[in-house]
Design a protein around this ligand. Sequence first.
Ligand code: HDC
Length: 597
Amino acid sequence: MSSAGKLRFDGRVAVVTGAGAGLGREYALLLASRGAKVVVNDLGGTHSGEGASQRAADVVVEEIRKSGGEAVADYNSVIDGAKVIETAIKAYGRVDILINNAGILRDRSLLKTSEQDWNLVNDVHLKGSFKCTQAAFGHMKSQNFGRIIMTSSNSGIFGNFGQGNYSAAKMGLVGLANTVAIEGARNNIYCNVIIPTAASRMTEGILPDILFNELKPQLIAPVVAYLCHESCEDNGSYIESAAGWATKVQTVRGKGSVLRPSLDDPVTIEYVKNVWSKVTDMSQAKHLNSMAEASGYLLEVLEKLKAGGQDAVEDTFTFDNKELITYALGIGASIKNSQDLRFLYENDADFSAIPSFFVLPGLLLAMSTDRLVGSALPNNQADFTNILHGEQYLEIADDLPTSGTLTTTGKVFDVMDKGSGAVVVTNCDSFDENGRLVVKNQSCVFVVGAGKFGGKKNPIAGVVPLLPNPSRQPDSSIQYSTSEDQAVLYRLSGDRNPLHIDPQMARMAGFKTPILHGLCTLGYSVRAVLSQYADNNPTLFKAIKVRFSGPVLPGQTLKVDMWLEGKRVHFRTVVVETGKEVISGAYVDLKSTKAKL
Ligand SMILES: CCCCCCC[C@@H](O)CC(=O)SCCNC(=O)CCNC(=O)[C@H](O)C(C)(C)COP(=O)(O)OP(=O)(O)OC[C@H]1O[C@@H](n2cnc3c(N)ncnc32)[C@H](O)[C@@H]1OP(=O)(O)O
């Protein structure tokens, strides 16, 4: 390279501490050879900080002068930082570059480290760098230029047996550099960290011979010199360098995990234990540039917790008469019943959707992403082998279309720890192409075996409650037989959960044979209520809430017991063959009733 292209330090004054030997000496020689006036600071003690002599600094000053450079010696301890900097001001009137390099070792294992060993090592490395930096900072500020280097070590970053005092000081320097970089930035004072591994009197006897011989300090000096040059724009960087190699080093932060389902919940030790693998997962770790960025993310977490702990998810759901007819067949509508033709024949004058069809957009949204149910739980413990539909609420918000595309947004609303399982409540709102809210769905998914994670037991306000059936005998009952292929047919409406068809999956989920979809049983129950109390007119249907309290097997007979109270029809659904209740605490709200007597 021609001398014209060389990076120069003409007019710059550099203070290099601990420059009597090793890395410091190399920095001093290199900067001087490129035009800097150098203050060669060295107390001249041993590597453990004993004694003092002017010789070490004098030899380097002599070397620089012999090569045509300018240098003065300084014999002060870095703890007297003001005196060190004063040498530069007296000799050259300014200080542009400060390389905090001086250091000593007092290696002892923790139990043997005396307070004196601790203090001395921390004083020289950490306090010394602080004192020199503080003394230089004012001059740099008034010049509107400064380059400061802190010297850290892998011993601090990774730890090293017998170097507790040194490791602590070396990580302390990283912290000091972070703040100096921030405070200096607006005055063009940049502070960076060098993490060198060099053969020097401090590392002799510590590094293996073969490595020691390759770790020449002069291979690191150009890296540090570049960091000190006015053209280098790094500020607050940590640069590791050794053996003719260098890299930037950064701290990273994982994605982490929230430690409670919502702002209303406490953080429990059990919950922490359960999400620990998420807390410690570094697969999505990122470097953050500032404290503002770090705390900004915490604010995001709080916002999320306020909004129910999770991000909203969105999906579209397109349907026409084919989907409506398939659904009607799936819940037992039949042309054997003339009243059902309106749900089965698209050219019927009153062709319409059975209102419970509109549970599908929310359910399919929830099933298409693990971000709704799974991510709400510690360890994402939700899959097709352990989720059961627990409860469902559906509310019709506006006229129901017979075709179109609905956009559904969903989010987790509540999470409960029920011991034998976890209950995840999701809210999904579906809008038509014009942004009109058509239906609201709230689903409770019972995640078997995912309980005991330290969460709360009871629902928050807004989880639609069940209502007990009246204590009198039912006002009416309707019975439907389901077919052995009922689940097969119902699957065609979109819920392809293998639990309903695959014997092996059913066994894995704890059932002897595949069970019917909860929403299929709900559909039968809605048909019963509409037929009994609404003249089969779907426009009278307003809302439904059910709990799936027991499984139904395809082929079993369902009996829907109903009680009319005003415009509310309470009901329960029972499997006739076993007498077991499978839908409990349920009710349908109608806009008005056309009761059959
Ligand atoms: C991923 C996207 C979403 C996917 C959605 C689903 C997709 C579909 O394909 C899946 C289905 O359709 S599954 C079929 C329909 N569902 C069923 O068959 C479940 C039937 N229910 C049961 O077996 C039990 O109630 C059972 C097993 C649920 C609970 O029984 P137990 O463990 O014996 O509980 P129990 O002792 O009775 O009560 C413990 C606490 O839990 C509450 N609880 C009970 N049943 C609940 C239910 N169904 N829903 C919500 N909470 C329920 C109890 O109230 C009790 O709480 P607390 O102690 O606070 O009173």
